[in-house]
Write a protein that binds this ligand. Structure first.
Ligand SMILES: *[C@@H]1O[C@H](CO)[C@@H](O)[C@H](O)[C@H]1NC(C)=O
Ligand SMILES: *[C@@H]1O[C@H](CO)[C@@H](O)[C@H](O)[C@H]1NC(C)=O
Ligand SMILES: *[C@@H]1O[C@H](CO)[C@@H](O)[C@H](O)[C@H]1NC(C)=O
Ligand SMILES: *[C@@H]1O[C@H](CO)[C@@H](O)[C@H](O)[C@H]1NC(C)=O
Ligand SMILES: *[C@@H]1O[C@H](CO)[C@@H](O)[C@H](O)[C@H]1NC(C)=O
Length: 659
């Protein structure tokens, strides 16, 4: 090559400003500053969702132009520094998606990578290959033994491979106590990460902390990392994320980067809000702000007037004309406020999928109640929903939690139930702090729930589909009888409009395959969920566990049944103290109810007869039970279901739940 051309060529390769590459994004409004692929998108608030609550998908977001990582003259690797604020929001706190990674990569085309534990970075074939030329800082929620992951909540430095060169449990250094404090990556809270690399000492530091706290003095990870075989002249920087079987959004709120210097600070006031599956830090900030504002207000305005105004705001309700007919079921907010001592934390019974539940004592009657606060904005569907809960409120059955009434405020619905002193079954099954239930208690609960469900399906004046049968929706009264609670709420969310399309109706592991496909809840989809519930109670395990690998309970019980070892699946906390006949019946019935073909599942009346011993349980054959729920879920397009959820919603309202 003639030397003149070479010179020009070199000149083109080496723009003089390259080493000053720096950028700051306080939110990604307009979405113009990052190039996206896969499922990644920027929402109207400017939040970058690298993956969004869809199963088995991946997404990438890169700074559009490659950056110069080596000094123009000597080819030395430059120092660089980056900081970003992220949040991982999972719909179900007990399970989580896979994770998010900050990436420095020779290519911005990672389309050949896999989701799940591969985090959208690598695939089975290229994991560990030095030609990948990828440096990643992983925020990983899955403990994968194959990759030597230390736990299911860690930060790691990865070079060309998911086997981290260095990793630690997510935690941050607290200068006041000189100790590291644990953080939960998937808590839904915003957190900040700093990635700093020193070109001279080759030390890569990774630091993490809750958002808006100062950068901790000590990094979480500090490792010598030789990037000489990783970093070429120009590299792309950005984010990659993969989701697994569960619905988790991996979001980036803000990001800055600087070559050969310290990344500019982010302006927290400009960052977009974290999506609200749970209450995030922003609403707390708002609450504090509101308190301050109202205090100032008190100081400024004559106190008498303020008293009246505040009182009115405090107890304000929404009451529309169509609600007049429900008069007797309507509670005043003031009464509920007083009953729960102003929704004090000490009255908090629990936080469920749909909202917080408080214990209370109604002022005049002294009846103990549980008050559930459901945040809900949508006008659409509210009228039908209230009509439905009022009609359900007329149901009376010893295995159904009685709904006493409701109250409505702006953006909020309050539901008043009978108080259940022993709380939810879920806790007894999965929390070691609670005593293990005996088999007699469990069998009684199983029968009770069956009886309540039979009543809803067949014995009341209209068919009621529960839609969200699961252990956490089974409450225990003072005599430890199981009672079904929370029905109808799933339906409220079916009607819900707007961006909450990720609210899947029902709960993973309890959702029948055909419900995923058609979006249509039927008595048979309730029976499927009841099947999952039976196995959960008998085995003391959740329908889907994601500790190391995703374990689908039905598949595991089924495998054991095929091997003739079905009794090996029962809950070890029972210490083998149970009736073998009853245990076998429950496990087999659980399998039968979990059959992927709706027609193969028994009806609730039959279930009741099997449990009461009034009908002989059919002989199950391997041919009859030749299925794997996991592969079905994967094959049958649960993703499609979620994606097309807005249209299935329309179908569902039209069909009105197969009433
Ligand atoms: C982001 O993109 C906009 C529009 O393309 C551009 O004006 C702005 O300078 C970019 N910001 C940064 C920090 O690169
Ligand atoms: C990097 O920064 C240092 C000090 O700020 C400066 O002396 C050096 O020239 C910079 N290197 C490049 C390649 O810009
Ligand atoms: C990205 O890589 C894949 C294969 O790895 C290739 O098929 C595809 O064409 C590439 N896309 C672009 C835009 O280069
Ligand atoms: C932090 O988490 C690790 C790993 O889960 C655990 O071993 C450790 O005890 C936790 N530390 C605290 C202070 O909770
Ligand atoms: C990394 O952390 C160590 C220990 O805190 C510190 O001495 C070093 O300067 C840091 N390096 C960079 C590039 O921030």
């Amino acid at each position: 090559m003639p030397s003149k051309i070479l010179c020009i060529f070199l000149f083109l390769l080496v723009p003089s400003s390259a080493a000053e590459d720096t950028f700051t994004f306080n939110g990604f409004r307009g979405g113009t500053n990052v190039s996206l692929d896969g499922v990644a998108y920027v929402n109207p608030d400017g939040l970058l969702l690298v993956t969004d609550a869809v199963r088995q998908t991946m997404g990438h977001a890169f700074y559009p132009a490659p950056l110069q990582f080596r000094s123009p003259r000597r080819g030395k690797i430059l120092s660089f520094s980056s900081t970003f604020v992220f949040a991982m929001v999972s719909q179900y706190p007990e399970v989580n998606g896979c994770g998010l990674a900050f990436v420095v990569s020779a290519t911005n085309n990672l389309s050949a990578a896999l989701p799940n534990e591969y985090l959208g970075l690598f695939n089975k074939a290229n994991n560990g290959n030095s030609r990948n030329r990828i440096l990643a800082v992983e925020l990983d929620n899955l403990q994968n033994m194959e990759f030597g992951d230390i736990d299911d909540n860690h930060v790691g430095i990865d070079i060309n491979s998911l086997i981290s060169v260095s990793a630690r449990t997510a935690s941050y250094y607290d200068g006041t106590t000189n100790q590291f404090k644990n953080l939960s990556l998937v808590s839904g809270q915003a957190m900040q990460v700093w990635v700093d690399y020193g070109g001279d000492d080759m030390i890569l530091n990774v630091t993490i902390s809750p958002v808006e706290t100062a950068k901790p003095n000590q990094p979480l990870l500090s490792s010598v990392v030789d990037l000489s075989n990783v970093v070429s002249d120009s590299m792309y920087v950005g984010f990659a994320s993969g989701t697994g079987a569960f619905f988790t959004s991996h979001c980036v709120l803000g990001w800055s980067f600087k070559m050969n210097g310290t990344a500019p600070a982010l302006d927290y006031t400009k960052l977009p809000p974290v999506p609200q599956f749970k209450t995030g830090s922003r609403s707390r900030k708002l609450a504090i702000w509101l308190t301050v504002a109202s205090t100032l207000f008190v100081l400024l305005v004559a106190s008498g007037v303020v008293f009246l105004v505040r009182r009115r705001i405090k107890y304000a309700e929404l009451l529309e004309d169509w609600e007049r007919e429900y008069g007797p079921h309507r509670f005043s907010y003031k009464d509920l406020f007083k009953a729960t001592s102003g929704f004090k934390d000490k009255e908090l019974l629990g936080i469920g999928g749909f909202g917080r539940v408080y214990r209370g004592v109604l002022p005049t009657s002294n009846i103990e109640v549980a008050v559930k606060r459901v945040s809900h904005d949508s006008k659409q569907g509210m009228k039908e929903f209230v009509a439905e809960i009022v009609s359900i409120g007329q149901l009376r059955h010893r295995n159904i939690v009685r709904l006493l009434g409701y109250c409505r405020r702006k953006g909020e619905l309050l539901l008043v139930y009978d108080y259940m002193p022993n709380g939810s079954l879920d806790k007894f099954l999965h929390e070691q702090s609670k005593p293990a239930l005996t088999w007699a208690q469990r069998f009684c609960i199983i029968k009770g729930v069956a009886s309540g469900l039979l009543y809803l399906h067949e014995d009341w004046e209209q068919v009621v589909i529960h839609r969200d049968i699961k252990a956490s929706n089974v409450l225990l009264d003072s005599e430890m009888n199981g009672r079904l609670g929370d029905f109808g709420l799933a339906r409220l969310y079916e009607h819900g409009s707007g961006p909450q399309t990720t609210h899947v109706v029902g709960t993973m592991g309890y959702i029948a395959p055909e419900l995923g496909r058609t979006g249509k809840a039927t008595t048979a989809t309730d029976v499927f969920a009841y099947g999952a519930f039976l196995l959960e109670v008998a085995c003391g395990r959740r329908p889907i566990e994601s500790k190391s690998e995703q374990m689908v309970l039905v598949d595991w019980v089924l495998e054991n049944w095929k091997k003739g070892s079905v009794l090996a699946t029962c809950d070890p906390r029972l210490r083998e103290e149970f009736s073998v006949a009853e245990m076998e019946l429950v496990l087999k019935l659980g399998l039968l109810c979990s059959h992927p073909m709706p027609a193969a599942r028994p009806g609730m009346r039959q279930v009741m007869q099997f449990l009461d011993g009034d009908a002989a349980f059919p002989e199950l054959t391997p041919a009859h039970l030749n299925f794997s729920i996991l592969s079905l879920l994967e094959k049958e397009g649960f993703d499609d279901y979620i994606m097309s959820f807005p249209s299935t919603m329309a179908t569902m309202s039209a069909v009105s739940g197969a009433r």
